[in-house]
Design a protein around this ligand. Structure first.
Ligand code: ADE
Length: 250
């Protein structure tokens, strides 16, 4: 998979993408990530990319032409005349695991990072295929959101995670959060690892994982639990647990 990022701060994006698992995935050729400085596509001497908004109002707006020229240059180099272009904006659809899975199946992906008060709407209408927000808050630019999207997508590309299972059974895969994990020592600060995990009984362990996932989701993300598929028995069990805890706190 190849991801191209259009930004005014390519160095910030490059530094982050060199690190850790995504850096290794690039070295091993599973993903190719290229940053592009939009400023290089300006034609004025000052290399200015922004200008005052028509109609007045606060802040500056990024001009259409440098963004478009940058886009055209990427299209030429990847040999794709209509690639998927994701514009990072608080006005977009809220990013989630399902969107990440869908985007990870693309061969080419362009991420467009805005700055200042926005980008001239005309170029957005011409090139953007998806508007994506990472949450209901406003950042100063699209770089952090682009990194979030890139990291989430990259780890879904086959081969990027060495343990093939770890991207399958994890939070959100079935609208349930992940269960708690433990490692050595068996006792830490007087707290013991749940005995079932030491039992070696795989069926019981799997059942415990499932229960813990359900319980966590009920407590932390009741909105997700509504979309999860629970058996009638599991629903009854959960009601009992939550009632039990309520009594415990009284
Ligand atoms: N740019 C500024 N804030 C953003 C957000 N929440 N998501 C995506 N892009 C943004």
């Amino acid at each position: 998979m190849r991801i191209d990022i259009m930004t005014l701060f390519p160095d910030a994006v490059d530094a982050m993408m060199k690190a850790s698992i995504i850096g290794r995935a690039q070295e091993r050729g599973f993903v190719t990530i290229c940053t592009h400085q939009i400023r290089e596509y300006t034609t004025n001497k000052q290399m200015q990319v922004d200008d005052y908004p028509y109609g007045g109002g606060a802040g500056m707006v990024m001009q259409a032409e440098p963004v478009y020229q940058c886009y055209e240059s990427i299209c030429r180099s990847i040999g794709n005349s209509r690639p998927r272009v994701v514009f990072m904006t608080p006005q977009g659809r809220t990013f989630n695991q399902q969107m990440a899975e869908e985007l990870s199946r693309e061969e080419d992906l362009i991420l467009l990072c805005g700055h200042y008060e926005g980008i001239d709407e005309r170029v957005l209408e011409k090139i953007v295929t998806d508007n994506v927000s990472i949450g209901d808050y406003v950042l100063t630019g699209g770089e952090l959101p682009a990194l979030v999207v890139m990291d989430t997508i990259s780890r879904l590309v086959p081969g990027v995670l060495n343990n093939g299972m770890s991207a399958v059974k994890e939070s959100f895969s079935d609208n349930l959060l992940e269960y708690p994990q433990y490692t050595r020592p068996e006792e830490w600060m007087g707290e013991k690892v749940p005995p079932v995990l030491l039992s070696g009984h795989h069926k019981n362990i799997a059942a415990w994982y499932r229960e813990q996932s359900i319980l966590r989701t009920a407590k932390n993300r009741p909105d997700l639990l509504e979309k999860a598929e629970l058996t009638e028995k599991e629903r009854q069990w959960l009601i009992q647990q939550l009632e039990g805890e309520e009594r415990h706190h009284e």
